[in-house]
Design a protein around this ligand. Structure first.
Ligand SMILES: O=C[C@H](O)[C@H](O)[C@H](O)COP(=O)(O)O
Length: 221
């Protein structure tokens, strides 16, 4: 069985009728969104949802999952989302799909943030995966130079030979640190740089991590 699907299916068991759900983005969140739709059809599960990206909103629309505007959200019960890396303290790197800003807004406003990953994402220390940082597309050379001064090799994310543009109209800089020994401190330093909108370090935000294994089993942390 697909390890990502195994983790997603397990996490979706936490959802109950009447809840407001935060939908994540990416190839693991894809399976969670599908499983939610299945439970709606098979068991009559009734939920409403908010989405962390246009991509996930389109998928939800196709599958008949009701998306509500943020102006109508009273509270978000559970957000289920993937991650690019998870360390021993369940700190995360996110943003491989470029959705980190909306994902962080939704996760930080959720009563429970459940992360779903396959076992390859579990690492002792964050940083092998380049850290995605969303910046405004103004004076980008200056902002990128400031990021470089933090000790990384910054790479402008491209898509189809053009600069990748986020759902918010911004750029993503993938910062190669190799090893991030203190994610909390680094995250705070990145946020002091004018031009940075948000970074992909999710420090002490995850309440639950569901890890999917290739044999279809899961472990919950
Ligand atoms: O911007 C994208 C998100 O942070 C994803 O949740 C993350 O990149 C993990 O994606 P995937 O499940 O496709 O590996």
């Amino acid at each position: 069985m697909n390890a990502k699907k195994a983790a997603a299916d397990k996490a979706v068991e936490l959802i109950q009728s009447g809840m407001t759900i935060g939908l994540g983005t990416g190839s693991t969140a894809y399976w969670a969104i599908h499983r939610i739709a299945e439970r709606m059809n098979e068991e009559g599960l009734r939920i409403e949802a908010v989405s962390s990206s246009k991509q996930s909103e389109e998928l939800a629309n196709q599958l008949g999952i009701p998306i509500i505007p943020f102006s109508e959200v009273k509270s978000i019960d559970i957000t289920i989302d993937g991650a690019d890396e998870v360390d021993r303290d369940t700190n995360l790197i996110k943003g491989g799909g470029g959705a980190l800003l909306r994902e962080k807004i939704i996760a930080s406003n959720s009563n429970r943030f459940v992360v779903i990953v396959d076992e390859s994402k579990m690492v002792p220390t964050l940083g092998k995966f380049p850290l995605p940082i969303e910046i405004v597309p103004f004076a980008t050379e200056l902002t990128i130079r400031r990021l470089e001064q933090l000790g990384c090799r910054p790479v402008i994310r491209m898509a189809d030979q053009a600069t990748f543009i986020t759902d918010n109209g911004n750029w993503i800089i993938d910062c190669h640190f190799d090893e991030i020994s203190n994610p909390g401190e680094l995250g705070e330093r990145i946020k002091t740089i004018p031009g940075v909108v948000e970074h992909g370090l999710f420090v002490r935000m995850a309440n639950t991590v569901v890890v999917g294994h290739a044999d279809g089993t899961t472990t919950v942390q």
